[in-house]
Design a protein around this ligand. Structure first.
Ligand code: KIV
Length: 256
């Protein structure tokens, strides 16, 4: 279990203006490669539902799948903080949230992430009181994408910005050690980042956050059928796989 000192270190890094880096991993080799690269946080995100399991969204992800992939990623992590997502329906009430957070920790996670602000402060508080660090997640909430009717930018209006500020303050007060801001306008993300003492980790939320997180498949071009607008891939791994497969096919069939 990671101590409260490690969590305090994240706040200290915010105070010093040191940016925090986070990427997703769902398996042993990816987790090990990211860990060896020096990433601060590895997230076993429920985005695995889309980029690994082929579901349409994260609402399909089962908790057993989160446990399975958390165990795999944990085997590859020596140094980074390993955070795992509580999948949809696993933290509606505080007692279930605590039990399921404990199961992710048994699977190898050092902290858990859940979606929601004011609405889920009680669950965050309960998990933290049981000694498990929590990363909060506000803004666009992928587990609610069906109710929302798509992945929409948050924080455009003053009323929405105020609601997000209230969410950020609520998760900080509940004891979260950091908060993901997903697809929040850059200006609202800046206001939230200045308003709270825990680090904000942005995804599609501009440059003013204390850190940045991406789905690794988006960063490395391993899910070429959809790339979010805010991602500039740093590699084209899908193309490399296709190239290597074609090379193998040609070599095997004797044309090389
Ligand atoms: O599931 C996930 O990968 C996430 C990140 C996009 C923040 O929640």
């Amino acid at each position: 279990m990671v101590g409260s000192q490690a969590m305090e270190d994240f706040r200290a890094r915010k105070r010093r203006g040191e940016r925090i880096t986070a990427l997703t991993a769902y398996d042993y080799p990816t987790a090990r490669l990211l860990d060896e690269s020096g990433i601060d946080i590895i997230l076993v995100g429920d985005s695995l539902g889309m980029v690994v399991l082929g579901y349409p969204d994260t609402a399909e992800v089962k908790f057993e799948e989160m446990l399975h992939h958390t165990r795999a990623a944990a085997r590859g992590v020596r140094r980074a903080l390993l955070v795992a997502d509580l999948s949809i329906g696993t933290y509606n009430a505080s007692d279930a949230a605590v039990t399921n957070a404990q199961r992710l920790v048994e699977a190898g996670a050092q902290a858990v992430k859940l979606e929601g602000g004011v609405s889920h402060a009680a669950q965050i508080d309960a998990i933290v009181r049981h000694g498990i660090p929590v990363m909060a997640h506000i803004g666009m909430l992928p587990q609610s994408v069906r109710e929302e009717g798509g992945y929409k930018v948050k924080g455009r209006s003053e009323a929405e910005a105020e609601r997000l500020l209230a969410d950020a303050r609520a998760v900080e007060a509940a004891g979260a050690f950091s908060v993901v801001l997903e697809i929040v306008t850059a200006e609202t993300a800046r206001r939230i980042t200045e308003a709270i003492e825990i680090p904000t980790i942005g995804i599609g939320s501009g440059e003013h956050c204390d850190g940045q997180i991406l789905v690794t498949h988006d960063l490395i071009g391993l899910y070429p059928w959809f790339t979010p607008k805010f991602v500039s891939p740093a590699a084209q791994v899908a193309e490399e796989i296709r190239r290597a497969a074609r090379h193998f096919i040609d070599r095997t069939r004797g044309s090389l």
